[in-house]
Structures are given as structure tokens and as C-alpha cells.
Design a binder for this molecule. Structure first.
Ligand SMILES: Cc1cc2nc3c(=O)[nH]c(=O)nc-3n(C[C@H](O)[C@H](O)[C@H](O)COP(=O)(O)OP(=O)(O)OC[C@H]3O[C@@H](n4cnc5c(N)ncnc54)[C@H](O)[C@@H]3O)c2cc1C
Length: 390
């Protein structure tokens, strides 16, 4: 190693995705000296390729719901200070059939009451009143009033600038090749830190490959689009459909959700085959981020499937009642299929690896960083997704 830098660092963070930034924020807020190491020149991982939905309503009761509510507060606090958009209009999840409506009803009657979800079910005149009746071809809509809409490709870089202004050192273009016992080495040289937090996303090979191999982790690869409506349509809510009832933990274990799965399998099996469930996020510029499909594997295949894009565009046009012009297409990849929705694994006395294993890091990541740093520095308990389920 040619370079050597032994200046004192309290907390070194590997990865400038949302998890890395969350830990950096939690540490610098406690007055600690923090350095973040990121191999790319700006964050380019899952944290900027996503929809930017801060979903509270979709989270299963227990730890995940708690993390999502706490993250919402942190996002709103940071949006003010770092000057990025965080819309509070919430989400509209449209039921397109009786089966989808049954899930929303069960959610409202059973789950929302028991676990304090802040949501309402819109039907009849309330549905008719939405956007001048544009959504009247649906059966009902669940309005998730606590859900946030961020524009990740702006919010994440703005967060980096804000953390820099608070004294966090960023080392971009810096691959960390080894981390052990408070020593870090890589392309930026050697560093020592009291604590090292590794938030390396879905890279399971560069650091701690042997340990991560035992966890049998996978990646999930998604096709995404950015489009503009062909007519003026200032959507302010994020939009989902009943297809998401089989995907998000707030709904997927309700008894009525099996009916939605069966209905999709019978009427539109291609959606199940590609793991498609429609999400539409409005950007601050009256454009729409549209997705997504889900492919799970050890690696992410590079080839986009045109059928998937066609299905997603068709679903969006039908749901919103508007024709679209596509502006951009990309792939996103996130870590998935771990021992739980996330893990915080101590690998030695000073080093902890914190990874998401499901696609909700924007919704829960900020609170997860706060809770992990609270556990390491203040002696609080590490959040454990296995406890406190229903
Ligand atoms: C298409 C898509 C849509 C999504 N939509 C949503 C959504 O709407 N709401 C939601 O809550 N979640 C969503 N998610 C999930 C969410 O984006 C992820 O859970 C979250 O971004 C994961 O954050 P991360 O910091 O762990 O990973 P990343 O953002 O991937 O960051 C990891 C970083 O670590 C760096 N790195 C890795 N190894 C090293 C090393 N050795 N040295 C230096 N740097 C290293 C990488 O370069 C990378 O920048 C979506 C994900 C995708 C892909």
C-alpha cells in the first residue's frame, strides 16, 4: 500500500448508498469523526436507481413498521436541512378487482386498527373525487397517508453534500479491499478507525466473502423506466395497484391475499412469471418512474426483456388513463433472500456488516443506521427482525 493515513477516525463507513449514509449521519450527529469510502465517483447503486418511495403502509407490523415510521421522521428532518424534495401526499394503492378490494378491506379492518397504520379506504364519491374522476375505473383505493416520495437521484447526492458540511469526510473512487480490527486498506491507502461499518449493498465478493457465502444471499434485478405523460397530468401521489398485495409484508400474509395471487395466475400469469407489480413514482418534474419486475438469482443478467417493459407500460397507461413517452430505461439490483429483511453482523470487535436483504432500504434504512449506531455506541439493543412480528 503506497498511501498511509493514520489520522484519527471514530467511524469508517464502507459504501455511500443509503445505508452507509444513514450510519454516517447517525455517527456525525453524535459528534464523532466519520469517513465514508465509496468505490464509485458518486453513489450509483440501488439507492439512486429506485422509486424513492418511503413506504410505511407496506411494512409488516413489528420491527419493520417501527423502522419505517422512524425513517420517515429522519427523511423529513434531512429534507429540510439538505434541501431535497420529500413529498408527503402519500400513496394510492388501487384495487382493480373484488379480490384486490377484499385485501384492502381486511387490511383496514384487521391490521390497520391493531397496529396503527395511518391509512384510509376510498370508495364511491371519494374515489370519484380523486384527480377529477380519472381513477373511477378502479374498485377502491387505499390512501397510505404516511408514505413519502423522494427523488433518489437528487436526494442521495444532496445528503452527501449535507454530511460533508457536517464534517463527514468522503473518499470517492476508493475501493476498500480489506477491513479487520479497525484497519481498512484499499485504493485510497490505509486507515484506522475505532469502528468500521460495512454497507456494501449487494457486493458479496469484495469484503467478507467467506462469511457472506454462508448466508446464501441472492440479488434481485429489476427493470425500470422513466416516462412523461403525453398530456398534462400533475400526479402528486405515488401509485400502486392490488398487484402489490402479494408483495409487501403488510398485506401478503392476510388470508384474502391468496385470492389475488390466484387471480393473477389465472388472468395474467406473465405478471407472476416476471414478478411484475406496478409502482409509479412522480418526480418533482412531472415525470414518472415506473416499474418493476423481479428476477432473483446469484447474479443479475444484463439483458432487458422487452415483454416486461411492454407489460409495465400497458399497466401504467391503463391505471393512470394516460399515454406515455418513455425517456429512460435502466436496471436496478438490490440484495435479497437473506436470513431476514436485513442483517447487522459483527465480524470482529470493531467491524459490523449491515446489509438489506429486501427492496425497502429507502423506507427503513435511515432508522436502521440510527439503531445500529445506537447499539454499538450507546449500548442499545440491535434491531432484530425476527422478534416482535405480529
Ligand atoms: C429498482 C429499485 C427500486 C427500489 N425501490 C425502492 C423504493 O421505492 N423504496 C424502498 O424503500 N426501497 C427501494 N429499493 C431498495 C433500496 O433501494 C435498497 O434497499 C437500498 O438502496 C440499499 O442500500 P445500500 O446502501 O445497502 O446499497 P447501495 O445503494 O447499492 O450502496 C452500496 C454501496 O457500497 C459500495 N461498495 C460496495 N463494496 C464496496 C467496497 N468494497 N469499497 C467501496 N465501496 C463499496 C457500492 O459501490 C455502493 O455504492 C429499490 C431498489 C431497486 C434496485
Amino acid at each position: 500500500m503506497s498511501n498511509s493515513n493514520m489520522e484519527h477516525i471514530d467511524v469508517a463507513v464502507v459504501g455511500a448508498g443509503i445505508l452507509g449514509l444513514a450510519h454516517a449521519y447517525a455517527a456525525v450527529r453524535r459528534g464523532l469523526r466519520v469517513a465514508v469510502f465509496e468505490r464509485t465517483s458518486t453513489p450509483l447503486g440501488a439507492s439512486i436507481r429506485n422509486f424513492g418511495m418511503g413506504l410505511v403502509t407496506g411494512q409488516p407490523p413489528g420491527v419493520m413498521l417501527g423502522l419505517a415510521k422512524q425513517s420517515r421522521e429522519i427523511w423529513l428532518h434531512l429534507a429540510q436541512r439538505a434541501n431535497f424534495s420529500a413529498r408527503e401526499a402519500g400513496t394510492l394503492l388501487f384495487a382493480r378487482s373484488a379480490a384486490e378490494h377484499a385485501v384492502l378491506e381486511e387490511f383496514m379492518i384487521v391490521r390497520a386498527r391493531q397496529h396503527g397504520y395511518d391509512a384510509s379506504l376510498l370508495e364511491g364519491p371519494q374515489l370519484e373525487a380523486l384527480y377529477g374522476g380519472r381513477f373511477r375505473h378502479h374498485r377502491s383505493a387505499l390512501h397510505g397517508t404516511q408514505d413519502l416520495q423522494l427523488y433518489s437521484r437528487e436526494a442521495v447526492p444532496a445528503l452527501v453534500c449535507y454530511l460533508q458540511s457536517q464534517g463527514v469526510q468522503f473518499h470517492f473512487n476508493s475501493l476498500v479491499k480489506e477491513a479487520a480490527d479497525g484497519r481498512l486498506s484499499g485504493t485510497a491507502g490505509e486507515f484506522r478507525a475505532e469502528r468500521v461499518i460495512v454497507c456494501s449493498g449487494h457486493d458479496y465478493q469484495t469484503l467478507f466473502a467467506d462469511k457472506l457465502a454462508g448466508m446464501n444471499l441472492k440479488v434481485c434485478r429489476l427493470q425500470m423506466l422513466r416516462a412523461v405523460p403525453q398530456e398534462h397530468f400533475p400526479l402528486t401521489h405515488a401509485v400502486l395497484t392490488g398487484l402489490s398485495c402479494t408483495h409487501y409484508g403488510a398485506f401478503s400474509d392476510l388470508s384474502s391475499a391468496a385470492g389475488v395471487h390466484a387471480e393473477i395466475e389465472e388472468k395474467t400469469p406473465a405478471l407472476n412469471r416476471h414478478g411484475i407489480h406496478l409502482l409509479v413514482s412522480p418526480t418533482p418534474y412531472q415525470e414518472l418512474i415506473i416499474g418493476d419486475s423481479h428476477y432473483y438469482g446469484v447474479d443479475a443478467p444484463p439483458f432487458n426483456n422487452e415483454e416486461i417493459d411492454r407489460l409495465m407500460i400497458g399497466l401504467t397507461e391503463h391505471t393512470l388513463g394516460v399515454r406515455l413517452n418513455v425517456l429512460e430505461r435502466w436496471q436496478g439490483v438490490y440484495g435479497s433472500k437473506g436470513p431476514g429483511p436485513f442483517s447487522a453482523t459483527p465480524v470482529d470487535a470493531r467491524t459490523t456488516v449491515v446489509l438489506m436483504h429486501t427492496g425497502i432500504g429507502m423506507s427503513v434504512g435511515l432508522a436502521l443506521g440510527e439503531r445500529v449506531m445506537g447499539a454499538l455506541l450507546d449500548g442499545a439493543a440491535l434491531p432484530d427482525p425476527a422478534v416482535d412480528k405480529n
